[in-house]
Design a protein. Sequence first.
Lengths: 116, 112
Amino acid sequence: GEEVAQTPKHLVRGEGQKAKLYCAPIKGHSYVFWYQQVLKNEFKFLISFQNENVFDETGMPKERFSAKCLPNSPCSLEIQATKLEDSAVYFCASSQAGSGTDYGYTFGSGTRLTVV
Amino acid sequence: AQSVTQLGSHVSVSEGALVLLRCNYSSSVPPYLFWYVQYPNQGLQLLLKYTSAATLVKGINGFEAEFKKSETSFHLTKPSAHMSDAAEYFCAVLSGYSTLTFGKGTMLLVSP
């Protein structure tokens, strides 16, 4: 399809529980990016993939966060043992090329994670 | 490291008035710059991007932005605001090869 599909739209987890978010990139897009939007405005880059390979993980917290992009499956972002500070909207974006200068990035509508 | 600063967390205009949203960048290399719009509870939609071609970039919904190297600016403008333009606007710069670094956003409020 022509949109980046993120599921679920909303996710509520108790502190310490696991959270798993999914992203289906646009067909034909080789690159997938995850961003975290905290406090409504601040975007933080987490991780990017080129097909199923990690491309850039410099923003990824080393503890508790993991991500995968496997062939023929939606990409996933998993948070083990969630904390209150993980409450945020998590956006996925995909692109035909790694640099958005040629084709741009298409963002999904996000998953709102609330940790209580 | 590349960064962007958006001046003004809120901008209020009347319908039909000029829209000006400010963005200044800091970059050690020629920057690639983007403007995105976010409507409530939605994702980011690309308005326009500067990739070192023409300095005046035209985007969707009547928006345009001008890259001014001497002022390190990439301000977003629209000649006449519509009520439907009310949203959050984010300026972003390409950091490294593929990562976007966003500004803190500017909320545009449009009054009748």
